[in-house]
Design a protein around this ligand. Structure first.
Ligand code: CTP
Length: 134
């Protein structure tokens, strides 16, 4: 069975996230989504105001039909090493140093890396900004 892994914050779940899961799931037979823990997110996105807790984000992602398993993670380059998968499906925006180390680890450990294009004109940040104006 070919297992695909994708990771992210997934606050205020939106169409871009669901399309990512659909495309990632189509790369294999089983999709694992790793949801980042609240307290780590501010390290990478200091200006972020989180709407949902880790438990809520995990619950919502796990309720989707494209998702077979949900786990949580703190640092992608460390935690990716503890997950059993074959393909790492990542977004083009996931390119900070931790992601670059994770990609290097994938390449030296026989894991395929696939970049899935973002859906245009939607993001959690955009939804948060919009909700402030309502
Ligand atoms: N993603 C996507 N299309 C979008 C938004 C996100 O494909 N329009 C993907 C990202 O490329 C990444 C994953 O969803 O692989 C998780 O991204 P996340 O940072 O949680 O979503 P954003 O909406 O980009 O959140 P933020 O605005 O806080 O950066």
């Amino acid at each position: 069975m070919k297992k695909v892994l994708t990771v992210g914050v997934f606050d205020m779940l939106h169409i871009g996230h669901i399309l990512l899961f659909k495309r990632a799931r189509a790369l294999g037979d089983y999709l694992i989504v790793a949801v980042q823990e609240d307290d780590c997110i501010l390290k990478y996105k200091p200006d972020t105001r989180m709407v949902y807790t880790t438990a809520e984000r995990t619950f919502m992602v796990g309720a989707l039909k494209y998702v077979d398993e949900v786990v949580t993670y703190r640092d992608v380059d460390q935690d990716i090493q503890t997950i059993d998968f074959d393909v790492f499906a990542k977004g083009p925006d996931q390119n900070h140093a931790g992601f670059r180390r994770a990609e290097d680890w994938c390449r030296t450990h026989g894991k395929e890396v696939v970049v899935i294009p973002r859906t245009e004109n939607i993001s959690s940040t955009m939804l948060k900004e919009y909700s402030k104006t309502r």
